[in-house]
Design a protein around this ligand. Structure first.
Ligand SMILES: [Zn+2]
Length: 160
């Protein structure tokens, strides 16, 4: 078993911070809507410097650009930023899933060849902390272990 059961695989988020092997939250990912202030934004063919929309909806506009242009430019910049971030997040989760799939495959081969996979204190597949002796011995947490078993089964079926 992994440290704790949660909505995500191998969740460790209810452990004290000091022993959490990897954080699931990303502290540098701020909420996007609270306030947007930019050093500069593109607006048509020019740039507006030091503009933003404050949490109460008023404009941050020390350079005194026309309000309507500031608002349009900031909203457009927010939109671009949002798209960029969700694209990056999707990319990252795809990469992570692929990497884990590859690891499941590698470890399944190793197990099929009767090579040892542990002991480890972090899951070979997902990298999160392992707590119980059985998981530590094999180096794979229980949720990932199920994936590994499926992969071993698949390899067996596919081998002549
Ligand atoms: Zn795992």
């Amino acid at each position: 078993m992994h440290f704790a059961k949660g909505p995500r695989k191998c969740s460790t988020s209810n452990l004290p911070k000091s022993v959490r092997p990897r954080l699931h939250t990303r502290p540098n990912q701020k909420r996007e809507t609270s306030m947007s202030r930019y050093k500069w934004v593109h607006h048509n063919d020019t740039k507006l410097f030091q503009v933003g929309i404050l949490p109460d909806g008023t404009l941050y506009n020390p350079n005194g650009y026309p309000d309507i242009e500031v608002r349009a430019a900031v909203l457009a910049a927010d939109q671009r930023r949002h798209e960029r971030r969700s694209r990056a997040a999707k990319e990252a989760s795809k990469t992570r899933a692929l990497r884990q799939q590859r690891k499941v495959h590698t470890i399944a081969h190793r197990i099929a060849a009767r090579q040892s996979t542990g002991p480890r204190h972090h899951c070979y597949v997902c990298g999160r902390g392992l707590a119980d002796p059985q998981s530590i011995t094999r180096g794979i947490g229980s949720e990932c272990w199920q994936d590994v078993l499926n992969e071993i089964e698949r390899l067996r079926r596919n081998s002549p």
